[in-house]
Design a protein around this ligand. Sequence first.
Ligand code: 2AM
Ligand code: CA
Ligand code: CA
Ligand code: CA
Length: 269
Amino acid sequence: MSEISLKLKLELAKKLVREAGDFLLAHLTDTVEITEKSRFDDLVTNLDKAVQMQVIAGIRAAYPDDYFLAEEDADSDNSSDVKHDILDGNVWVLDPIDGTTNFIVQRDDFAVMLAYYENGIGKIGVILDVIRGNLYWGDGQKSYKNDRQISLVQKPLRESLLGVNTYMYRTNVGGLLDLSFDTLGVRAVGSAGIDYVHILDGKIWGYFSNLSPWDYAAGSVLLAPFDFVTVQLDGSPLDFKGRQMMMSVPKNQLAIIADYQAKSNEKKK
Ligand code: 2AM
Ligand code: CA
Ligand code: CA
Ligand code: CA
């Protein structure tokens, strides 16, 4: 796809995500309808679904031949496929509300995330921190926070905080607990999108979690200019299909992470 067409897609992505954020802010004090998905702590609201329909409709109107991978199931009136394989063709990847539990309980620390991939290669990433009103966007070459280009200075582990999924942290999956002893501490905010913007703001060193493609699609594009990798815990590529334990970390730290994993495996023996 030409650079000009990609620029148009990026502008549309930013506009639709901003509109989704405005919509959520306008409904922030509403009583929301909450539905359980796989279990009592896996929730969706009517607003997740409304944002998903709104964003997909906006993209479909402009790009009827593009595909979608979105978190929520499509309602019958929006029934065409929203579970397309990210590796196949021009695919928009949407997480309408990332941090739904935060949205329900705290009304804070949630994000709207949209990415665009061509045959599995990330071309556009957009994350909106809805409450703070900050839009993070990029094309894999450069990343911006609102109108300012982001520059990231990597700090040593011992001067940094880690973003973690609490289950993985508690159970020392991937040596995460061991790794954390050489940091200033851990933070678990409950939204992958907010963790990604915390990396981009220089607040955390890296992020370890158990995520689906729509949770990391935009974040991995936004971190690409800084030589971060988004990979499985052993450093191998993600399959971009189901939920996987993963990490977004500076590429030059992979060997150090592998050392912690080896040490924690040694201790378990
Ligand atoms: P979500 O709010 O869009 O579901 C912390 O829970 C992070 O993990 C959130 O970004 C959340 O995204 C994501 N996550 C992915 N799968 C989840 C699940 N089954 N239950 C809770 N959170 C999940
Ligand atoms: Ca969810
Ligand atoms: Ca999510
Ligand atoms: Ca979600």
